[in-house]
Design a protein around this ligand. Sequence first.
Ligand SMILES: [Zn+2]
Length: 251
Amino acid sequence: MKIASYIFVLPIALFSVTLGIFLYYCYEVALSATYIVPATVSPFPAGERDVALTFDDGPYGQPTEKLLTILKNRHVPATFFIVGKNVEKYPLEVRQEIADGNLIANHTYNHTHVALLGAASFKQNIAHADAVIFKATGLHPRIFRAPYGQISPTMLAVLSQEGYALADWTVDTNDWNNDHTTSQGVIRVVTLGVRSDGIVLLHDGRDTQLGYPRDNMLQALPSIITHLKNKGYTFVTVDKILHQQPYFPVN
Ligand SMILES: [Zn+2]
C-alpha cells in the first residue's frame, strides 16, 4: 500500500511544483507587461499634460505690465484673479490681460477676509467686484477664488446660488512671502510640485497687507515657463482644468 501511494504522490508533487513555476512565470510576464506598456507609450497622452499659471491680487500698474510682457513673449496664457479696487485704478492693465489672451476671474472687491462676512455682505462684495470689472472690460467673470483660501459654508452657499465656480490651486509657491522665500525657492516648489492639470498659485501686483513687491515671481517666472515647456506641459487657463465656463453671459 505504501509503495502504491508514493506512486501517486510523486507525480502529483512534481505536477504541483511545475504548475507553480509556470504560474509564477505567467505572473512575472504579466507584471513586466504592465510596466513595459506604459513606458513605451507616453504616460501623459497628448492634451492631458496641462498646467495653469494663476496670478492673484492684481492688477497693479508696472509690475503687471512686466508680468504681461514675460507671458506674451513666451506665448503663455494665464489666469488673473483680480481685485475690484485695483481694477478701478488700473483698467488699462486688465484690458491688456484680456487682449493678450489671458483669462480674468473674481478675487473680491477689496481682498478682505470674506469668510468672516455674512451672506448679504459677501454677496455685495463679489457683486461690487463684478461691477467694476464689467465696467473696465465688458465681462462678468464666473470663476472665483477666495482671498487667503479661506472659504466658509456661507460663501459656498452664496457662490452656488449666484452660479459662480470656485477655483483653488494644487501648487502654492509662497511667492508673496519676501521674508522667507526666494525666486529659487519659488522655482523649486513649482518644478517639484506640478502634476498634469496642475494649478500654480502666484501673485501679481503688491502684497495686499505688507506692500511687498512681487520680485520673486517676476524673477522666477521665465525659468518656471522654460522648465514646464521642457517637461511637455501645455499652458492653459484655469477654466480648461476646472471644466467651467469662464464668464457669465452678457445680457
Ligand atoms: Zn489674494
